[in-house]
Design a binder for this molecule. Sequence first.
Ligand code: HEC
Ligand code: HEC
Ligand code: HEC
Ligand code: HEC
Ligand code: HEC
Length: 377
Amino acid sequence: MKRVVFIVSLFVFALQAKEIPLSSSKVCQKCHPLIYKEYKNSMHAKASIFKDPLHNAVWQKHPDRKKGNYKCKKCHTPADTALKGLPQKNEVQLHEPISCVYCHRIESIEEHTKSNVNVLDKRGDTLFGARAAQKNRKDVEYGLKSSFFGLVKKEHGSPFHKIDFSNENFYNGKVCMGCHSHKQNGHGFSVCKTDEHMSEKRNCITCHMPKVQGSFSTIKHTKTHRFHGFAGVSVAEELLSEYVKMELKQGQNGYDVVVTNLAPHELLLHPMRLGELRIYVYTNGERTLVKKYAFFKVLGKEGKPSAPWEATQMLKNTQLRPERTKAFSLGESVKKGAQVEVVLGFYKVSPKIAKKFHITDKELLRFKVLKTLHKEL
Ligand code: HEC
Ligand code: HEC
Ligand code: HEC
Ligand code: HEC
Ligand code: HEC
């Protein structure tokens, strides 16, 4: 009997040792320190109500809170697998609500009307990666390769996990679409939606995780690695400014600023954002605002603005459309010879909406600049 128990427990141990827990981002730090550092500062590491004041402000007013049902967990804290009911302040919620292993185990995306579902790989000891030259390799294990008749030994693979390079979703950006594609509220209305128009050359990964300086691991060395701070409205927006073009051109009535949004989605996505195009003219070194255009969405019900969970229609949407160009007039007062400055930027929360949700955090209320253009007409 003792022997049977021993063998069974050994078997269970072997199984457990194989599976890498979803909440083990700290372990990755040892061999992927730069990526870990960037990740810690990303919105994915801060997506819980305990770390994201904006998410928390909306949650506090959300009707599901009274029902004790934190449905947001599916996308905001999927690594906290023990969570039932309301979120508790624990290590996963605080440090890795969307963890390294969670993303790197997304095998496929199931498409659904309300919101998509991430299907995780069953093996548990294998992480997905992308390397075009090894795309046919599903099971890269750690080992030493001998060459020169055994005189030189070279390490290959990772001592901590196996790697699968064959998952198409890690090349074309689809891996992001389990959470970012769309979300319907209880009335079947999509409160957010990210259009996808992707190729291997340009997709969510290539724009939001651009290659930046520094090795991806301490064992195998590379010049660059993919940025894990996830450039967006909260972090490193400057890495995205090249995807918006601005030009000053002679239009039908005076001059225009011609803006091109190269992103495959509306320039700003979340309905709480407010974008602004501000046009200034300098006279004797003094800057005067002569024109302002606003980019925003208004969700509503029966023709009136409403909370997102009550909305049934889009009342207004002035966001810059995906892969489109639009001209904005400087106004007739701006004449040839004028010193013009054009600023395209945004508020993470529109000041009006911030008031409704009692948001006072200075960082959230700051106007951030995405792109500036100076020119003498
Ligand atoms: C289907 C996945 C999904 C679900 C479910 C979900 N969210 Fe989100 N949420 C996202 C994504 C993706 C973003 C980032 C979008 C962006 O920045 O444009 C986000 C961003 C937000 C933001 C803006 C945060 C910021 O710092 O800018 C708020 C607020 C928010 N969600 C509230 C909620 C609440 C409250 C719930 C639950 C009632 C919820 N979400 C459920 C996917 C989801
Ligand atoms: C003991 C060191 C070590 C630890 C711990 C470790 N890794 Fe790795 N990892 C490596 C090495 C080395 C490679 C590169 C192997 C190769 O190229 O042959 C690698 C490769 C990868 C790749 C594939 C890279 C690509 O090119 O696409 C991913 C993804 C990855 N690791 C994620 C993780 C995650 C997530 C964790 C934490 C759960 C982790 N690693 C922990 C050493 C480690
Ligand atoms: C498990 C769900 C999930 C997956 C998978 C996911 N995201 Fe996110 N992402 C979120 C949520 C939730 C937020 C909002 C967090 C917050 O602000 O509270 C977010 C925020 C972001 C932001 C930051 C927006 C800002 O405020 O600056 C960017 C950029 C982003 N994601 C890009 C990506 C990319 C690129 C991928 C694919 C490689 C990806 N995400 C995969 C859930 C996910
Ligand atoms: C051609 C480059 C490009 C591609 C491809 C791209 N984006 Fe973006 N994305 C941008 C730009 C530019 C912004 C605006 C950033 C800003 O204002 O700081 C942005 C903003 C975002 C934001 C923040 C918007 C908000 O309101 O919070 C999220 C989230 C995001 N993108 C997700 C994605 C996802 C998911 C994909 C893949 C379907 C994707 N992006 C593909 C360029 C791109
Ligand atoms: C939101 C999803 C997401 C999260 C969270 C995430 N990654 Fe990644 N990671 C990706 C994607 C997508 C790629 C690009 C495809 C590839 O190379 O695997 C990538 C690339 C990598 C690579 C290869 C980098 C290179 O430059 O070639 C390593 C290593 C890695 N991730 C490790 C980690 C570690 C460690 C963490 C946590 C500290 C982490 N990832 C968190 C989605 C994610």
